[in-house]
Write a protein that binds this ligand. Structure first.
Ligand code: UDP
Ligand code: MG
Length: 349
């Protein structure tokens, strides 16, 4: 096969053993001729359920399948990032491995790319089989993000999308640790468009995004693309100052007309004190979110640690990344060297 496939399909995998075979079959079916030139990059994000063995089996049967295995679970967005880092196609397609993003939609993304769009994102026209709570929270989340961020992040779109290699190269230079990939691809610009699709039910297993992770993800999204939570404080402080002036005036008038006793209780003071401290603590939390992220970025640890890779030998070495990401590049080079010996001993697979 050619060293540089036209399409790179990137699928993050965290305990999806019951989905992988069917996922692979559907990808193959979606990319049959004329779109025959492709690679499928599985990023194993620390699975512990036999997904790894199954992916290696698929890679052994089909040379177009590559596997990147992390040393532990690093999270969905980081897994997608590694896939994009290693993808060598002219177009890169991000897709979940749980079949909620149907591979059958891929040809429609490709068609738009051929029309000249650099980013083609898939818009969820309808979500099947997700709880009322998940649907409502997602609806609110996407609209809030759309409103308060400075870039135009389309609503109801996940990471299911196609991006041109030009966009992927920009993404490869964005080494931030708290990642909101759909926002980052919007940020890049170029010509972008959407394709509507029906988000399917998970075929097997359950969501890896429980409430806590969803909140953390939402915080990453907001802090990555907006200073609104910081700026809103100035308005609230004005409102509170005005309110205190008004209340002071009203109480003075009441006391003058109705006597000393009026509003003399300590209860009012205590309630107000607690209310204001809760406000202040809340905004300390908001500031803390930005400070903690700044700290994280300044430490600049590698985004992920790779335990092993399969199928990425020479093609990867020939496709070196830009020198703008020293920490990451180092980790990768080590790995590529390791891998080449691995592949050499494993020829014919
Ligand atoms: N995933 C991952 N690492 C994680 C969580 C999820 O690689 O820490 C993968 C998961 O295997 C799936 C995709 O990311 O292929 C989307 O996750 P999930 O389906 O749990 O999210 P949901 O569709 O419920 O939002
Ligand atoms: Mg899913």
């Amino acid at each position: 096969m050619s060293a540089r496939p036209t399409y790179s399909i990137v699928a993050p995998v965290y305990n999806e053993v019951g989905n992988l075979r069917r996922f692979y079959r559907e990808v193959v079916a979606a990319l049959e001729p004329p779109e025959a030139d492709w690679e499928l990059i599985f990023v194993n994000d620390g699975s512990s359920d036999g997904s790894q063995e199954l992916m290696l089996e698929l890679a052994a049967q089909d040379a177009r399948v590559r596997v990147i295995s992390f040393a532990r679970n690093f999270g969905h967005q980081i897994a997608v990032t590694a896939g994009v880092d290693y993808a060598s196609g002219d177009a890169i397609i991000l897709i979940d491995a749980d079949l909620q993003d149907p591979p059958a939609v891929i040809p429609r993304l490709i068609a738009k790319w051929k029309d000249g769009y650099e980013v083609v994102y898939a818009v969820r026209a309808h979500r099947k089989g997700e709880s009322f709570w998940k649907r409502i929270s997602a609806k609110i989340f996407y609209r809030l993000i759309h409103r308060i961020t400075d870039i135009n992040i389309p609503v109801d779109t996940g990471d299911f999308r196609l991006m041109d290699a030009r966009v992927a190269r920009v993404l490869q230079q964005m080494r931030e640790h708290h990642r909101f990939i759909r926002g980052m691809t919007s940020w890049v610009g170029y010509k972008q468009t959407g394709v509507e699709y029906v988000r399917e039910q998970r075929v097997w297993g359950e969501t890896k995004y429980p409430l806590g992770k969803m909140i953390a993800f939402a915080l990453d999204a907001v802090t990555s693309f907006s200073f609104f939570p910081l700026q809103i404080m100035i308005y609230i402080s004005f409102i509170l100052a005005l309110l205190s002036l008004l209340v002071g005036l009203v109480i003075s008038v009441l006391r003058l007309t109705m006597g000393e006793e009026f509003f003399g209780g300590q209860a009012t003071t205590i309630v107000l004190l607690l209310l204001l401290s809760s406000f202040q603590l809340f905004f300390l939390f908001v500031i803390g979110q930005y400070v903690a992220r700044t700290y994280d970025e300044s430490r600049d640890r590698p985004l992920y640690v790779i335990a092993s890779t399969v199928g990425l030998g020479e093609a990867q070495a020939a496709n070196q990344r830009s020198p703008s990401q020293p920490a990451q590049a180092l980790a990768k080079d080590d790995n590529v060297a390791e891998l080449q010996t691995e592949v050499a001993g494993d020829a014919g697979g």
